[in-house]
Each structure stands twice: as structure tokens, then as C-alpha cells.
Design a protein around this ligand. Structure first.
Ligand SMILES: [Zn+2]
Length: 296
């Protein structure tokens, strides 16, 4: 069983119109990324995994899917589609494979009601937040109210952690040590710290090792091969490899790329006396039952 805990909702149900294709070259150092993609692109990339968690991100309070309408997605509505509804549509089409999370903006006055509706009407089972992208203080009251309710309802929260190339996203708001404060306050809340908090992987390790319900995902790391090796090795030295979850952050990378990178991570030290990341633990990471750990 392979579970990808971090993927992004496609913008289009049907093939992306050529004029809407966007290529980003700052998301990873080794190749550009197609940022607008279809259900078919998404499902093709997910072929190697058994289950995947998929979510949108509410960039600003009251945000919708960048003006993409339901009609463009092959749905009936001409109104711009709520990103959580777009996610629920996709999950309904592939219920045996996909689990949908919602995105909320804590500054949205309707966020608490949206949370209830996403659970009750849309069947979404967790939350994605990115305090840097969404520009909220992760310790402010409106954010804490969301964590408190998520803990009550058993909804895991995946937080973007660490840096990002988005110029107006304050990096400080996504520093991994903030998660320690949240986990102390909400000890039963299941938390996924994305990207091992890059480039603060060691800070992330200090948080996941002490909180039983805090995990980190390995997406966004392999294309910096030395950092990737170093992060996994340090995590092994701190006895915390069992707290890492498999993830791709599709469309930034694919599950296939991440599986190959994990299996090949020790190639960088071949012919040297440097320690290897234990291969059996890498294989355990790839096949980890993350859904069980997250209570899903
Ligand atoms: Zn992501």
C-alpha cells in the first residue's frame, strides 16, 4: 500500500485549454512545473499510489478557484467554483482512491461555518493551511479556533512548512518551531508538517520526535539531493524516520519520482565512508499506512 498525503486539486475536469496552461520554473531547481492541469493529468500521476489526500488552498479570504467556472470544469454551474467543492467533486469521482481535505482562511468570517459544511455536506476529512501563503498568524485566535474544532472532529491538518518562492508569502509564518506550540496546545490534533519544513528539517525533526501525533511529509525535498540525504539521515539519527509520511506535492513532483528518489537516496554516498540511511526504513516509509496514523 502506498499513500500520498500531499497533492493539489486539479483546476480542470476536462483537458486544460492550451491558452490556460501555465509553466512555473521557480518551484523546483531541476525542471519546470505545469501548474494548471486536469483530472486526467492528476489521475495518471497518481497511478503508482493506492490512496491520495487531495486539497486546494484558500489563498485569500473568500477565495475561489482563480476565476475558473463550473462550466469550464465540465460542471453545470457558470459561477466560479468554490475550491472545496471542486475537491469534493473529484473525490466523489474516485472515492476508492482519494480523500479530500478542505482549505479555509482563518480571516474569513465564514470559516467556522465552512468547516462544518465541508465535513457534513462535502465529506472532506481534513484541512490544508499555509499561514505564509494565506498571510495569517498561525497562533492568532481565529486560527486556534480552527485547530480546536479540527481536534474535536478528528480532522488532521496539513500545514505548509518552511520556505517558498512566492515573493509575498512571509516565510516566518511557516517556521516549523511554531508547530511545537500548536501541538502542545492541541495534543490530540493530527498534524502533518509539509516538506519537513525545508530548509529547517532539523527543527522539524525536533518537533515530530516529541509529539506523538505530529508527522512530517517528505515532498519537495529530493531534487536537492544532498539536503534530501542529510534530512533523512539526521531523522534516522534522531530515531524519527517512523514519523515521516510519503508525499509528492503533485503537481510539483510525482509519486513515481519520489519513490525512485527514496530508493536511490544513498547513491550520493557510494564510495565514501558516510553513513547510509537504513534501506529497510526507507521502504517502510514508502509503504507506511499514513491514513491509519492520521485516524482516517
Ligand atoms: Zn503543496
Amino acid at each position: 500500500m502506498i499513500i500520498d498525503v500531499h497533492t493539489h486539486t486539479p483546476q480542470y475536469r476536462s483537458p486544460v485549454p492550451p491558452e490556460r496552461i501555465e509553466i512555473f520554473d521557480k518551484w523546483r531547481p531541476d525542471r519546470p512545473v505545469q501548474a494548471i492541469y486536469s483530472w486526467e493529468d492528476y489521475m495518471a500521476a497518481m497511478a503508482p499510489v493506492d490512496r491520495a489526500i487531495v486539497f486546494p488552498i484558500a489563498w485569500v479570504a473568500g477565495a475561489r478557484t482563480g476565476g475558473v467556472t463550473g462550466t469550464e470544469l465540465g460542471l453545470d454551474a457558470a459561477e466560479p467554483l468554490d475550491p472545496n467543492e471542486a475537491t469534493a467533486e473529484l473525490v466523489r469521482a474516485y472515492p476508492e482512491k482519494l480523500i479530500g481535505f478542505m482549505s479555509l482562511h482563518p480571516h474569513d468570517a465564514g470559516a467556522p461555518a465552512a468547516l462544518e459544511r465541508c465535513v457534513r455536506d462535502l465529506g472532506l476529512r481534513g484541512i490544508k493551511l499555509g499561514a505564509n501563503y494565506q498571510n495569517f498568524d498561525p497562533l492568532e485566535d481565529r486560527a486556534l479556533a480552527i485547530y480546536a474544532r479540527a481536534q474535536e472532529l478528528g480532522l488532521p491538518i496539513l500545514f505548509h512548512q518552511g520556505t517558498s518562492p512566492v515573493r509575498n508569502a512571509p516565510i516566518r509564518l511557516a517556521h516549523p518551531l511554531i508547530m511545537d506550540q500548536i501541538a502542545i496546545r492541541y495534543p490530540e490534533l493530527r498534524i502533518i508538517m509539509a516538506h519537513m519544513g525545508h530548509p529547517w528539517q532539523v527543527d522539524t525533526i525536533t518537533v515530530i520526535r516529541k509529539h506523538p501525533h505530529v508527522y512530517a511529509d517528505i515532498s519537495g525535498l529530493f531534487y536537492r539531493p544532498f539536503s534530501f540525504y542529510e534530512s533523512l539521515l539526521k531523522c534516522a539519527e534522531w530515531g524519527s524516520l517512523h514519523k515521516l509520511l510519503f508525499a509528492s506535492d503533485y503537481p510539483i513532483s510525482t509519486p513515481e519520482e519520489n519513490i525512485a528518489a527514496l530508493r536511490g537516496v544513498n547513491r550520493i554516498v557510494e564510495g565514501s565512508a558516510l553513513p547510509r540511511v537504513p534501506e529497510d526504513q526507507l521502504e517502510a516509509l514508502i509503504t507506511r499506512d499514513s491514513l491509519k496514523l492520521l485516524g482516517l
